[in-house]
Ligand binder design. Structure first.
Ligand code: ACO
Length: 327
């Protein structure tokens, strides 16, 4: 049996920090540090510099993950990059990153599943490795989500930030990823979307559409579906692996909102000190949020070899999914 092991993690946050107090001065209608902390758990977010792109953030995270794995770019035979905010329409940001890292010939492609992108990308890479066709994958989640935000709209701008995280996955006879679970339901398109696009254009009108270049979200409705759906994906993952809740050592959830994270942790009967939470430090970085949190908990020594880790994500689409692995 070929398993897929996590052999290195890395992450990167841009230098510029935007605090809740900064936002109090920026938005059209009032907001406050207290409101943002109470409703979301977020204290600050990092924002890419004007000349800094998703690929720049991805490169920092990728190099850190390669170093941690003790591998060189030449050792990688598959590159999968999850992003909603590619540098260019094409080529893919994965191809741009591949060139930056001095890699050639092996497949490199982007995955677009918004906040679930990293879980999708890991799941895809795992299938390549398990099939025996590839040995070692670099999987990256990177976003400059700030570019999709109307920074005067308090209902969305307080929630998001920029960053990147990466992992190196390798074929092994030792476990390894036990299972991955992916889902989507496009019927929820209008609850969370950027209305404009390459093919549709940006000349769009509608009751709830202000500027079609930016993120529109019916936050309260997204919240309810997210809590229910994440509970179901946790259950599905446990059943598929014939595990009890108590068998999971660490939950590394998508970092969108501490209230959503707490609700999922309650469903798992997990104490808070077994849940990795970084959303307070960098807000929702979409596809980057899980690998950022994973890297923090690996580097500070919380997640140790042999422990069982559950990643779970929910995002625009709607998309959702999980990855269960022994670190
Ligand atoms: N400051 C102050 N007041 C605000 C702010 C703000 N920044 N934003 C909204 N409000 C107001 C609203 O206008 C509303 O006022 P009203 O009652 O007068 O109409 C009030 O606060 C309550 O609004 P709700 O939307 O009901 O607040 P809620 O408790 O649901 O919190 C939040 C809002 C934080 C957006 C929450 O719903 C949430 O986190 N949703 C989920 C987001 C998410 O998980 N996304 C994941 C996927 S993201 C992706 O895929 C890109």
């Amino acid at each position: 049996m070929i398993y897929t092991r996590f052999i290195g993690t890395g992450s990167y946050l841009p230098e510029k920090i935007l605090t809740n107090h900064d936002l109090e001065k920026m938005v059209d209608i009032d907001t406050s540090d207290q409101w943002i902390r109470e409703r979301t758990g977020i204290a600050k977010r990092h924002i890419a510099a004007d000349d800094e792109t998703t690929c720049d953030l991805a490169e920092h995270a990728a190099r850190a993950a390669l170093d941690a794995a003790g591998k060189k770019a030449a050792d990688i035979d598959l590159l999968v990059l999850a992003t909603t905010t590619p540098d260019k329409i094409f080529p893919s940001t994965a191809c741009l990153l591949q060139s930056r890292l001095g890699m050639k010939n092996h497949p490199a492609f982007d995955v677009q599943a918004v906040c679930s992108g990293f879980v999708y990308a890991v799941s895809i890479a795992e299938k390549f490795i398990r099939s025996g066709s590839h040995q070692r994958a670099l999987v990256v989640g990177a976003e400059t989500f700030s570019r999709l935000i109307d920074w005067t709209d308090r209902s969305t701008c307080v929630l998001f930030g920029d960053g990147a995280g990466a992992v190196v996955l390798e074929a092994s006879t030792e476990p390894g990823i036990h299972s991955t679970h992916l889902h989507a339901d496009g019927a929820y398109e209008e609850l969370l979307h950027v209305p404009g696009g390459v093919s549709l254009g940006f000349d769009i009108e509608g009751d709830n559409i202000n500027d079609p270049h930016y993120t529109h979200m019916r936050g309260n409705e997204v919240f309810k579906v997210a809590v229910n759906t994440l509970g179901q994906i946790v259950e599905e993952t446990l059943v598929a692996n014939q595990l009890q809740k108590s068998d999971i050592d660490w939950l590394v959830p998508h970092q969108a909102n501490t209230r959503i994270i707490d609700a999922t942790a309650r469903k798992l009967n997990m104490s808070k000190d077994r849940v990795v939470v970084t959303v307070d430090q960098h807000a929702n970085t979409s596809a980057a949020s899980i690998p950022l949190a994973l890297d923090v908990a690996v580097r500070d020594g919380r997640i140790k070899r042999g422990e069982k880790v559950l990643l779970e994500a929910f995002g625009g689409g709607f998309t959702w999914g999980s990855v269960l692995f022994t670190y």
